[in-house]
Ligand binder design. Structure first.
Ligand code: FMN
Length: 162
């Protein structure tokens, strides 16, 4: 099975979770690839927050936008202003090959808004024909607690039946 883990990160939490998801999946025999969403530039906190709330997009540098070669798509976004981030919005505009694929979504956040973000991620994928498989929201507390993080991610991957 081939899985693509797509994520955006600014301060490393979502990347940390994504890499751990990748290593647990690899240990279960999945062939894992990563796609980090790279915005052309970083905006300040307030502007980033407002752009997320208003569901704006920003230019991104990614060119690997065709996911048709993978069996499973895992996507991770930090929570910004109770929303997915503008670079993730941009990636969704350009992604192709989702049809009928299994999707799993994860978020990292300080502590609030994750459920709504996961719902947004899923609804975007469903519109493109993807099928829901698993979801998890990780707070700062979870990210800092290795055993908590591991057990939440093991469960997330169990839900994918791999
Ligand atoms: C612009 C901005 C807005 C944020 N809004 C929220 C929020 O609404 N809820 C929350 O719990 N955390 C919020 N956070 C905190 C991040 O979601 C959290 O630190 C996340 O783990 C960062 O992921 P990263 O390290 O991968 O960039 C915000 C952070 C930034 C920079």
């Amino acid at each position: 099975m081939k899985a693509l883990i797509i994520y955006h990160t600014r301060t490393g939490n979502t990347e940390k979770a994504g890499k751990l998801i990748g290593s647990i999946m690899s240990s279960r025999g999945v062939q894992v690839s990563f796609e980090k969403i790279n915005p052309l530039k970083e905006e300040g906190y307030l502007k980033s927050m407002m752009m997320a709330i208003f569901k704006r997009e920003v230019p991104i540098l990614n060119t690997n936008l065709d996911v048709s070669g993978y069996d499973l798509i895992v996507i991770g976004s930090p929570v910004w202003g109770w929303n997915i981030t503008p670079p993730v919005n941009s990636y969704f505009q350009d992604i192709t090959g989702i049809n009928e694929k299994r999707i799993a979504a994860f978020t990292t956040m300080y502590g609030f808004g994750g459920e709504r973000v996961v719902k947004n991620l899923f609804s975007q994928f469903i519109k493109m024909g993807g099928k829901l498989a698993a979801q998890v929201g990780l707070t700062k507390k979870d990210i800092l607690n290795e055993s908590m993080l591991n057990s939440k991610l093991e469960k997330f991957i169990d839900d994918l039946k791999i």
